[in-house]
Design a protein around this ligand. Sequence first.
Ligand code: TMP
Length: 261
Amino acid sequence: MKKGKKLYEGKAKIIYATNDKNLVIQYFKDDATAFNNQKKSTIEGKGVLNNRISEHILSNLSQIGIKNHLVKRLNMREQIIKLVEIIPIEFIVRNVATGSITKRLGIEDGTVLNDPLIEYCLKDDKLGDPLISEQHILAFDWATKKEIEKVKKMILRINDFMVGMFRGIGIKLIDFKLEFGRIKINGKDEVILADEISPDTCRLWDSITDKKLDKDRFRNDLGDLIPAYTEVAKRLGILHEQSNVSAVNVTKLSSIKKKSK
Ligand code: TMP
Protein backbone atom coordinates (compact mmCIF):
# COMPACT_ATOMS: atom_id res chain seq x y z
CA MET A 1 0.00 0.00 0.00
CA LYS A 2 1.55 3.30 -1.13
CA LYS A 3 0.82 6.50 0.76
CA GLY A 4 -0.19 9.30 -1.59
CA LYS A 5 -0.94 12.98 -1.22
CA LYS A 6 -2.75 14.65 1.64
CA LEU A 7 -6.46 14.82 0.82
CA TYR A 8 -7.77 16.54 3.93
CA GLU A 9 -6.49 17.85 7.24
CA GLY A 10 -8.86 18.16 10.19
CA LYS A 11 -8.21 19.29 13.75
CA ALA A 12 -7.06 15.89 15.03
CA LYS A 13 -6.49 13.77 11.92
CA ILE A 14 -5.10 13.85 8.39
CA ILE A 15 -6.40 11.79 5.47
CA TYR A 16 -3.94 10.63 2.77
CA ALA A 17 -4.70 9.01 -0.58
CA THR A 18 -3.35 5.54 -1.37
CA ASN A 19 -2.77 3.68 -4.62
CA ASP A 20 -6.20 2.07 -4.12
CA LYS A 21 -8.88 4.63 -4.97
CA ASN A 22 -11.30 3.10 -2.46
CA LEU A 23 -8.91 3.23 0.50
CA VAL A 24 -7.26 6.11 2.35
CA ILE A 25 -4.91 6.42 5.31
CA GLN A 26 -6.16 8.11 8.48
CA TYR A 27 -3.31 9.67 10.51
CA PHE A 28 -3.92 10.58 14.18
CA LYS A 29 -2.24 13.83 15.20
CA ASP A 30 -1.31 14.91 18.73
CA ASP A 31 -3.19 18.19 18.30
CA ALA A 32 -6.02 18.90 20.70
CA THR A 33 -8.66 21.56 20.16
CA ALA A 34 -11.75 22.54 22.09
CA PHE A 35 -14.58 25.03 21.92
CA ASN A 36 -14.49 25.09 18.15
CA ASN A 37 -10.78 25.59 17.82
CA GLN A 38 -10.56 28.50 20.29
CA LYS A 39 -8.36 26.43 22.57
CA LYS A 40 -5.43 24.57 20.99
CA SER A 41 -2.49 22.52 22.13
CA THR A 42 -0.33 19.56 21.22
CA ILE A 43 -0.28 16.64 23.63
CA GLU A 44 2.49 14.20 22.84
CA GLY A 45 1.22 10.64 22.52
CA LYS A 46 -2.51 11.45 22.24
CA GLY A 47 -2.68 10.39 18.58
CA VAL A 48 -1.01 7.06 19.34
CA LEU A 49 -3.54 6.27 22.08
CA ASN A 50 -6.56 7.37 20.03
CA ASN A 51 -5.40 5.27 17.08
CA ARG A 52 -5.25 2.17 19.30
CA ILE A 53 -8.46 2.85 21.23
CA SER A 54 -10.47 3.67 18.10
CA GLU A 55 -9.14 0.55 16.34
CA HIS A 56 -10.20 -1.56 19.33
CA ILE A 57 -13.72 -0.14 19.50
CA LEU A 58 -14.39 -0.15 15.75
CA SER A 59 -13.13 -3.69 15.30
CA ASN A 60 -15.35 -4.84 18.18
CA LEU A 61 -18.31 -3.04 16.61
CA SER A 62 -17.67 -4.73 13.29
CA GLN A 63 -17.75 -8.08 15.10
CA ILE A 64 -21.34 -7.35 16.16
CA GLY A 65 -22.34 -6.36 12.64
CA ILE A 66 -21.89 -2.59 12.75
CA LYS A 67 -20.32 -1.82 9.38
CA ASN A 68 -17.56 0.76 9.63
CA HIS A 69 -14.71 2.25 7.67
CA LEU A 70 -11.79 0.56 9.48
CA VAL A 71 -9.78 -1.86 7.38
CA LYS A 72 -6.72 -2.23 9.62
CA ARG A 73 -4.27 -0.33 11.75
CA LEU A 74 -1.01 0.22 9.89
CA ASN A 75 1.28 1.52 12.62
CA MET A 76 1.33 3.71 15.73
CA ARG A 77 -0.51 6.61 14.16
CA GLU A 78 -2.13 5.35 10.98
CA GLN A 79 -5.05 3.20 9.89
CA ILE A 80 -6.21 2.12 6.46
CA ILE A 81 -9.85 3.06 6.12
CA LYS A 82 -12.48 2.88 3.39
CA LEU A 83 -13.04 6.16 1.59
CA VAL A 84 -16.55 7.39 2.33
CA GLU A 85 -18.50 10.54 1.65
CA ILE A 86 -18.93 11.92 5.16
CA ILE A 87 -22.50 12.94 6.04
CA PRO A 88 -22.01 16.52 7.31
CA ILE A 89 -23.64 15.85 10.67
CA GLU A 90 -22.18 15.16 14.11
CA PHE A 91 -24.46 12.67 15.85
CA ILE A 92 -24.24 13.24 19.60
CA VAL A 93 -25.49 10.48 21.90
CA ARG A 94 -26.13 11.26 25.56
CA ASN A 95 -26.75 8.84 28.44
CA VAL A 96 -26.09 11.37 31.19
CA ALA A 97 -26.54 15.14 30.86
CA THR A 98 -23.30 17.10 31.03
CA GLY A 99 -21.43 19.55 28.81
CA SER A 100 -23.28 21.74 26.34
CA ILE A 101 -26.78 20.39 27.08
CA THR A 102 -26.60 21.45 30.73
CA LYS A 103 -25.74 25.02 29.72
CA ARG A 104 -28.14 25.14 26.78
CA LEU A 105 -31.19 23.77 28.60
CA GLY A 106 -30.36 24.34 32.26
CA ILE A 107 -30.38 20.61 33.02
CA GLU A 108 -28.53 19.63 36.18
CA ASP A 109 -25.07 18.21 35.50
CA GLY A 110 -25.00 14.43 35.95
CA THR A 111 -28.73 13.85 35.34
CA VAL A 112 -29.15 10.25 34.17
CA LEU A 113 -31.40 10.13 31.10
CA ASN A 114 -34.15 7.50 30.93
CA ASP A 115 -33.30 6.77 27.30
CA PRO A 116 -30.31 7.67 25.15
CA LEU A 117 -30.82 11.11 23.63
CA ILE A 118 -29.62 11.73 20.07
CA GLU A 119 -28.77 15.29 19.01
CA TYR A 120 -27.67 16.48 15.58
CA CYS A 121 -25.08 19.19 14.90
CA LEU A 122 -24.17 20.50 11.48
CA LYS A 123 -20.49 19.72 10.85
CA ASP A 124 -19.32 23.22 10.03
CA ASP A 125 -16.46 24.75 12.01
CA LYS A 126 -17.10 28.26 10.69
CA LEU A 127 -20.63 28.13 12.10
CA GLY A 128 -19.47 26.46 15.33
CA ASP A 129 -21.21 23.11 14.59
CA PRO A 130 -24.72 24.41 15.38
CA LEU A 131 -27.42 22.16 16.82
CA ILE A 132 -30.01 21.24 14.17
CA SER A 133 -33.20 19.20 14.03
CA GLU A 134 -34.16 16.28 11.82
CA GLN A 135 -36.35 18.72 9.87
CA HIS A 136 -33.27 20.82 9.02
CA ILE A 137 -31.44 17.71 7.82
CA LEU A 138 -34.30 16.87 5.46
CA ALA A 139 -35.01 20.47 4.40
CA PHE A 140 -31.41 21.05 3.29
CA ASP A 141 -30.75 17.53 1.97
CA TRP A 142 -27.88 16.83 4.36
CA ALA A 143 -29.20 13.25 4.59
CA THR A 144 -32.28 11.36 3.48
CA LYS A 145 -35.05 10.10 5.76
CA LYS A 146 -33.89 6.54 5.02
CA GLU A 147 -30.31 7.38 5.97
CA ILE A 148 -31.37 9.04 9.23
CA GLU A 149 -33.54 6.05 10.19
CA LYS A 150 -30.68 3.65 9.43
CA VAL A 151 -28.17 5.76 11.36
CA LYS A 152 -30.48 6.06 14.38
CA LYS A 153 -30.83 2.27 14.55
CA MET A 154 -27.05 1.85 14.32
CA ILE A 155 -26.47 4.53 16.97
CA LEU A 156 -28.69 2.78 19.51
CA ARG A 157 -26.92 -0.55 18.95
CA ILE A 158 -23.51 1.13 19.16
CA ASN A 159 -24.55 2.88 22.37
CA ASP A 160 -25.86 -0.33 23.98
CA PHE A 161 -22.68 -2.16 23.07
CA MET A 162 -20.36 0.60 24.23
CA VAL A 163 -22.21 1.27 27.50
CA GLY A 164 -21.83 -2.44 28.34
CA MET A 165 -18.23 -2.64 27.19
CA PHE A 166 -17.18 0.36 29.30
CA ARG A 167 -19.34 -0.65 32.28
CA GLY A 168 -17.45 -3.97 32.34
CA ILE A 169 -14.18 -2.11 32.86
CA GLY A 170 -15.48 0.32 35.48
CA ILE A 171 -16.19 3.27 33.18
CA LYS A 172 -19.45 5.14 32.59
CA LEU A 173 -20.10 6.16 28.99
CA ILE A 174 -21.64 9.58 29.56
CA ASP A 175 -21.93 10.80 25.96
CA PHE A 176 -20.13 10.62 22.63
CA LYS A 177 -20.06 11.84 19.05
CA LEU A 178 -20.33 9.69 15.93
CA GLU A 179 -19.94 10.36 12.22
CA PHE A 180 -21.24 8.29 9.34
CA GLY A 181 -20.31 8.09 5.66
CA ARG A 182 -21.81 6.97 2.38
CA ILE A 183 -20.17 4.20 0.39
CA LYS A 184 -21.06 1.78 -2.40
CA ILE A 185 -20.70 -1.86 -1.34
CA ASN A 186 -21.26 -4.41 -4.14
CA GLY A 187 -23.02 -1.71 -6.14
CA LYS A 188 -25.38 -0.88 -3.27
CA ASP A 189 -25.49 2.47 -1.44
CA GLU A 190 -24.73 1.97 2.24
CA VAL A 191 -24.19 4.17 5.27
CA ILE A 192 -21.36 3.06 7.55
CA LEU A 193 -19.77 4.30 10.76
CA ALA A 194 -16.71 6.49 10.08
CA ASP A 195 -14.23 8.86 11.80
CA GLU A 196 -13.01 7.72 15.25
CA ILE A 197 -14.32 6.65 18.65
CA SER A 198 -11.84 7.61 21.35
CA PRO A 199 -11.57 9.63 24.56
CA ASP A 200 -11.43 12.68 22.24
CA THR A 201 -14.99 11.97 21.11
CA CYS A 202 -16.52 10.36 24.22
CA ARG A 203 -17.04 11.42 27.81
CA LEU A 204 -15.81 8.61 30.04
CA TRP A 205 -16.06 8.77 33.83
CA ASP A 206 -14.64 6.26 36.28
CA SER A 207 -17.65 4.30 37.63
CA ILE A 208 -16.71 4.75 41.26
CA THR A 209 -14.98 8.12 41.51
CA ASP A 210 -16.47 9.93 38.47
CA LYS A 211 -12.89 10.85 37.52
CA LYS A 212 -12.86 12.20 33.95
CA LEU A 213 -10.92 9.94 31.60
CA ASP A 214 -11.51 11.93 28.38
CA LYS A 215 -10.87 15.19 26.54
CA ASP A 216 -12.63 17.18 29.27
CA ARG A 217 -9.23 16.98 30.99
CA PHE A 218 -7.99 19.30 28.23
CA ARG A 219 -11.21 21.32 27.78
CA ASN A 220 -11.41 22.10 31.50
CA ASP A 221 -7.66 22.33 32.25
CA LEU A 222 -7.68 19.27 34.52
CA GLY A 223 -4.24 18.10 33.29
CA ASP A 224 -2.95 14.52 33.07
CA LEU A 225 -4.68 13.75 29.78
CA ILE A 226 -2.17 11.09 28.69
CA PRO A 227 -2.41 9.11 31.97
CA ALA A 228 -6.23 9.21 31.65
CA TYR A 229 -6.26 7.98 28.03
CA THR A 230 -3.64 5.37 28.97
CA GLU A 231 -5.90 4.19 31.79
CA VAL A 232 -8.76 3.73 29.29
CA ALA A 233 -6.47 1.80 26.92
CA LYS A 234 -5.18 -0.40 29.73
CA ARG A 235 -8.66 -1.20 31.03
CA LEU A 236 -9.72 -2.09 27.49
CA GLY A 237 -6.82 -4.56 27.47
CA ILE A 238 -4.91 -2.75 24.75
CA LEU A 239 -1.88 -1.91 26.90
CA HIS A 240 -0.70 -4.40 29.49
CA GLU A 241 2.46 -2.82 30.82
CA GLN A 242 3.29 -1.11 34.10
CA SER A 243 1.18 1.74 35.41
CA ASN A 244 1.76 5.39 34.61
CA VAL A 245 2.80 4.92 31.03
CA SER A 246 4.20 8.13 29.64
CA ALA A 247 3.56 9.28 26.11
CA VAL A 248 7.08 8.27 25.18
CA ASN A 249 6.59 4.81 26.65
CA VAL A 250 3.31 4.43 24.78
CA THR A 251 5.14 5.34 21.59
CA LYS A 252 7.93 2.87 22.28
CA LEU A 253 5.61 0.07 23.32
CA SER A 254 3.46 0.41 20.24
CA SER A 255 6.47 0.00 18.00
CA ILE A 256 7.77 -2.96 20.01
CA LYS A 257 4.35 -4.63 19.83
CA LYS A 258 4.14 -4.06 16.09
CA LYS A 259 7.60 -5.53 15.52
CA SER A 260 6.95 -8.63 17.59
CA LYS A 261 3.78 -9.47 15.62
P1 TMP B 1 -20.97 18.64 24.11
O1 TMP B 1 -21.50 18.41 25.49
O2 TMP B 1 -19.86 19.65 24.06
O3 TMP B 1 -22.07 18.95 23.13
O4 TMP B 1 -20.33 17.26 23.63
C1 TMP B 1 -21.05 16.07 23.60
C2 TMP B 1 -20.13 14.91 23.23
O5 TMP B 1 -19.68 14.99 21.89
C3 TMP B 1 -18.85 14.82 24.07
O6 TMP B 1 -18.57 13.46 24.31
C4 TMP B 1 -17.79 15.41 23.20
C5 TMP B 1 -18.26 15.07 21.82
N1 TMP B 1 -17.91 16.10 20.84
C6 TMP B 1 -16.99 15.82 19.85
O7 TMP B 1 -16.45 14.73 19.78
N2 TMP B 1 -16.71 16.80 18.96
C7 TMP B 1 -17.29 18.01 18.98
O8 TMP B 1 -17.00 18.86 18.13
C8 TMP B 1 -18.24 18.29 20.03
C9 TMP B 1 -18.91 19.63 20.13
C10 TMP B 1 -18.52 17.29 20.92
